[in-house]
Design a protein around this ligand. Structure first.
Ligand SMILES: [Zn+2]
Ligand SMILES: [Zn+2]
Length: 355
């Protein structure tokens, strides 16, 4: 079921520019006429800018958008599950105990089948769509394979990173298919602490001078963000800093009146004002009974919903103890009893939004 989101006026916190931009692509790979990148005309390059940038937006974007069919903006749930994916292989090979959820999830099309948590914002503009992905985890290839051809997602105009765990950045290498065959490069918006991790986990994507000449890895343009709002094309993103375990920071993102918090164990007091007047909250809910050290469980997630008071909530990041149909049957009752519009999301869910 698709529900339309009608945001009220957006909050307008103070804005600062992205602190720095880092691109390590060695110059020869783009400038050489024999480079495969010569396949892509310069108009395919998308530029990102801060609100304070002097870049003329109409000049920087209108001529550069691929001729997609214009349509309504929407959020696509690329993945809604935990790091190991659902079904768990270990559940399907367990001779002693049958896991009900993983057994169901093994069936094609079942809503309990979940890959790494991620969404794609498909932003409709008169000249075409912009596709902005939040996180590209270990199973990004499999999610993209499942949904992108069906939905018609070809290019990736930006990737925003919530944090640097493997289920959020493990798919950076797979972006090579896009930068080799669809577009010249992809801007990656990432906090400096997570960029420092990428220097170790994906050192060859950060410093492409180490790559064997002739090998074509992902061409990523790293744009370092801090915890201040920034602009991608003409969408303002407000980082929502949260704790994801003790002393470990993760970012949620607010865009329009939509708030996305995929990995959270604690919301700091200073983040709550950024969640005001939220039309759609997408939030972490790992398991039905309790929270873990790094994630909200469903009871805590519901407590937060009562506090934040969004118009609608979709939970994400569910493990195999979360039975899609059974939990949603319980959650729907909260509409009558408390006026809470809360449901579990699922891989492939599309929600029309106004941005
Ligand atoms: Zn299981
Ligand atoms: Zn994580």
């Amino acid at each position: 079921m698709l529900l339309r989101i009608r945001p009220a006026a957006a909050a307008a916190p103070s804005l600062r520019r992205i602190s720095s931009t880092y691109s390590a692509r060695s110059s020869f790979s783009i400038s050489s006429s024999s480079s495969p990148y010569a396949l892509f005309p310069p108009t395919n390059i998308f530029t990102a800018h801060s609100l304070h940038s002097t870049t003329n937006l109409s000049e920087s974007t209108t001529a550069q958008i691929a001729p997609d069919t214009p349509q309504e903006s929407e959020i696509i749930f690329v993945g809604t599950g935990t790091s190991e994916g659902i079904p768990r292989v270990s559940c399907l090979t367990n001779p002693y105990k049958k896991c009900e959820v993983c057994s169901k999830a093994a069936n094609p099309g079942d809503k309990n089948k979940r890959l790494n948590t991620s969404i794609l914002i498909r932003y409709s503009q008169p000249a075409g769509n912009l596709n902005i992905l939040i996180d590209a985890g270990k199973f990004f290839y499999h999610s993209a394979l499942r949904w992108f051809p069906t939905i018609g997602i070809r290019k990736l105009d930006a990737v925003l990173i919530t944090h640097s765990h493997a289920d959020a950045i493990g798919g950076l290498d797979d972006l090579r298919d896009w930068t080799n065959n669809v577009q010249r490069n992809i801007p990656i918006y990432v906090a400096n602490r997570d960029f420092e991790v990428m220097k170790k986990t994906h050192y060859y994507l950060v410093d492409t001078s180490v790559v064997t000449p002739g090998a074509a890895v992902s061409d990523l343009q790293f744009k370092i963000i801090n915890e201040e709002p920034f602009v991608v094309y003409d969408i303002k993103f407000t980082p929502l800093p949260v704790w994801h375990g003790k002393d470990y920071r993760s970012l949620g993102f607010r865009f329009g009146n939509i708030c996305y918090i995929s990995d959270v164990s604690e919301i700091p007091e200073e983040t709550y004002p950024l969640l005001k007047d939220c039309d759609l909250l997408i939030m972490d809910a790992l398991r039905p009974d309790r929270s873990s050290a790094t994630h909200f469980g469903l009871p805590r997630a519901l407590e937060e919903v009562r506090k934040i008071q969004p118009k609608r909530t979709l939970f994400t990041g569910m493990m195999h103890l979360m039975d899609h149909e059974k939990i949603n049957e319980q959650l729907i009752k909260l509409k009558d009893s408390e006026g809470l519009d809360v449901q579990l999301s699922y891989d492939g869910l599309r929600v029309p939004v106004t941005l």
